[in-house]
Design a protein around this ligand. Structure first.
Ligand code: SDX
Length: 439
């Protein structure tokens, strides 16, 4: 690829304007248009921001054409192969490098010390309706955390402690949301269990019987969380940065991230994938039938878990999760018909011009649900699991905004297409404002 020029030129109404070119550490090129409106009177318009960089960031690098994903320079394939735990990956994403032994020990202790919720917080769970969606509860309770201990980040240590507190409590809140939704008593964290095993303990133990996660299950869920830890400027992380830019606190910003993640086009897709696979099976549809419906865009049918704004080839996380799903089911001696359907669907789609032309490949959500089902996570908790995994990425992005001395509040412009100036009329002289309602 040619070297980028220092500047680019844009001719507008006969005047040539120059704009600086920014080149990232991996060669990505951007035109710095921060002076565009002042120098030309024009703004750019890029609905859904497909061509717009919102920031410069040093946390995660994605190459969508090559299917590369690295956290602070570490390829996810390497982190997966070395069985790097979610907690170590979280340290890497949030603090910039892999922890040494003493740091790892300190972080483990911080996560344990901060795992329990203030007793007042427990009361909230009993106030939510039993069928309240756990994503709504998670977002509310993360925000509520700041009513007890507003995270005050002023140096490295206070940042690490605030981050550990949020990571520790998100897991407890998730388990408590699940427990209250099934009418079981809340289970407290144990000091002898690691992060993931403690989550499963708080979800599946009952007062008279402890749940002990198997090594394979803990490993699979660690891998699931590790692969969800960050993903540059996706919808929910951009939301966190937007909220962080007004100088709102870390917890409030992450609470907004949960809200954005919930949608079926984003983190909610892991639920939609399993619903899609189950519907195909329940309605005894062949994969070919389903793909036909989808290509005809019948009732907006989409192949959930397929396609990505950035990846125009296999999502590298999907490749790892596909293998992990296989391995887990084999080790648990279970078969899941939805995995067979997923594999068949993937094969059919990858051989179909409709998907090839549109560069639609499986994304992180396509196989993740199979793992969560095998672990026994209920469907309405799937996106909560995604949230737990993504918290380190949200925290790291909040911190980048917080630390940037030149940071300004995110405030995009718009092109107005509404009514031009109107004359005010007394009520009796006005025409009906909704004529079709009164026909
Ligand atoms: C995540 O951004 C991130 O990094 C997100 C994420 C992360 O880690 O944070 O990776 C996590 O959100 C993964 C994506 C999960 N969502 C889904 O699986 C939902 C299904 N996928 C699509 O809705 C879609 O692919 C998106 C939302 C993921 C991306 O949408 P884009 O980039 O806006 O693409 P588009 O909707 O403009 O589609 C382009 C074309 C269209 O065809 P035409 O209208 O031009 O003929 O591709 C088609 C779309 O119809 N298309 C699909 C499709 N996805 C896109 N057609 C069928 N099935 C699909 N899944």
């Amino acid at each position: 690829m040619e070297d980028a020029p220092e500047v680019v030129r844009l001719e507008i109404e006969g005047t040539v304007h120059e704009f600086r070119v920014i080149v990232g550490s991996q060669g990505e090129k951007a035109i710095d248009i921060s002076s565009l409106r002042d120098s030309t009177g024009y703004i750019t318009l890029d609905d859904s921001y497909a061509n717009t960089g919102s920031c410069q960031s040093g946390i995660t690098y994605i190459d969508g054409e090559k299917g590369i994903l690295r956290y602070r320079g570490y390829p996810i394939e390497k982190l997966a192969a070395e069985k790097t735990s979610f907690v170590e990956t979280a340290w890497l994403v949030m603090f910039g490098s892999l922890p040494d032994t003493a740091e790892r020990q300190w972080f483990t202790e911080l996560l344990m010390e901060n795992a329990a919720l203030h007793h007042d917080m427990d009361q909230h769970f009993y106030a939510f309706p039993a069928n309240g969606h756990p994503m709504a509860i998670l977002s509310s309770m993360i925000n509520a955390l700041s009513t007890h201990s507003r995270p005050r980040v002023h140096d490295r240590e206070s940042y690490i402690i605030a981050a550990a507190r949020l990571m520790a409590k998100v897991r407890t809140i998730a388990a408590a949301a699940y427990k209250s939704s099934i009418g079981e008593p809340l289970i407290y964290p144990r000091s002898d269990l690691k992060y993931v095993a403690n989550l499963l303990h708080m979800m599946f133990s009952v007062p008279y019987k402890n749940y002990e996660a198997s090594k394979e299950v803990s490993r699979a869920l660690n891998l699931f969380f590790m692969l969800h830890a960050d993903h540059e400027q996706n919808c929910s992380t951009s939301t966190v940065r937007m909220v962080a830019s007004s100088q709102a606190n870390m917890y409030t910003a992450c609470s907004a991230g949960v809200a954005a993640l919930w949608g079926p086009l984003h983190g909610g897709a892991n639920v939609a994938v399993v619903q899609m696979l189950s519907d195909i099976r329940k309605n005894d549809l062949s994969v070919g039938d389903y793909i036909k419906k989808e290509k005809n865009k019948e009732d907006g049918v989409k192949l959930m878990g397929f396609g990505h704004r950035v990846y125009k080839q296999f999502d590298p996380r999907a490749k790892i999760l596909k293998g992990a799903a296989d391995q887990l089911l084999t080790s648990m001696h279970i078969t899941d018909p939805t995995l067979d359907i997923a594999r068949e669907l993937e094969q059919a789609a990858l051989a179909d011009d409709y998907f090839i032309e549109r560069k639609l490949y499986p994304n992180v959500d396509f196989y993740s649900g199979v793992i969560l089902r095998a672990v026994g996570i209920p469907l309405n908790m799937f996106t909560v699991m995604f949230s737990i995994g993504r918290v380190p990425g949200w925290i790291a992005n909040w911190k980048e905004v917080h630390d940037n001395p030149a940071q300004r509040i995110y405030r995009p412009r718009q092109i107005y297409t509404g009514a031009v100036e109107q004359q005010w009329l007394p009520r009796n002289d006005r025409p009906p404002s909704l004529p079709d309602m009164w026909d």
